[in-house]
Design a protein around this ligand. Structure first.
Ligand code: 3PG
Length: 209
């Protein structure tokens, strides 16, 4: 079965945005999230260890659906898929990136923050989009405004979202899920506090009432 961007967004109310500096954190971190009910994991390419972390999770945590975040160009997309990523998330959108992901059959969640960016991504066939950076670029009010002209599009807002404001986004009809880094705090990684990550995942799953 081919994975779609929509299926990835529908799996849980929150896609964790994960930044890892140590490959040995990847597998226990992924197992902790899966234990809490979160299996779609976005491991960002913003650290040099990102690709190796994706590979480790793809190999050792079969229950997880691991993807790459911070995918900015075609080379990132190729490298992500080669490492085992099953989807890609980008902070913005370019035609070159869209074409590369289509060629690779790698589901892409492209980032947008303006109406023109939405139109560019939609023209290339992308109807599920990441709204980034969500709080900084207009928050829930922006998504409400987009319901008029872009009622056929669905969003994963990311950036500045926390348990305190996630419900404001998840209650919108054009929001399928949200993204956020709060599920994998640096201190939990550094102290091996996997139980804390599992607890945060459980809370995130419960956000969809
Ligand atoms: C991202 O990197 O995609 C977002 O910046 C994550 O945002 P957050 O750290 O505010 O959750």
């Amino acid at each position: 079965v081919e994975l779609t961007a929509l299926a990835i967004m529908q799996d849980a109310p929150v896609i964790p945005v994960i930044v890892l500096n140590k490959v040995e954190h990847a597998v226990p971190m992924a197992e902790a999230l899966v234990a809490g009910g979160i299996r779609v994991l976005e491991v960002t390419l913003r650290t040099p260890q990102g690709l190796d972390c994706i590979a480790a999770i793809a190999k050792s945590v079969p229950e997880a659906i691991v993807g790459a975040g911070t995918v900015r160009n075609a080379a990132d997309a190729w490298a992500a898929q080669a490492a085992g990523a099953r989807f890609a998330v980008s902070p913005g959108y370019t035609q070159a990136l869209g074409q590369a992901c289509r060629d690779l059959r790698l589901p892409l969640l492209p980032g947008v923050a303006t109406s023109s960016e939405i139109m560019a991504a939609q023209a290339d066939g992308f109807n599920e989009l990441k709204f980034f950076p969500a709080m900084q670029a207009g928050g829930p009010a922006m998504l409400k405004a987009w319901q008029g002209p872009f009622g056929d599009l669905r969003f994963c807002p990311t950036g500045g979202i926390s348990p305190a404001n996630a419900a404001d986004f998840l209650s919108l009809k054009n929001v399928v899920c949200v993204g956020g880094s709060w599920l994998v705090p640096t201190h939990a990684l550094e102290h091996g506090d996997w139980a804390h990550i599992t607890a945060l995942a459980r809370e995130a799953v419960a956000l969809r009432g």
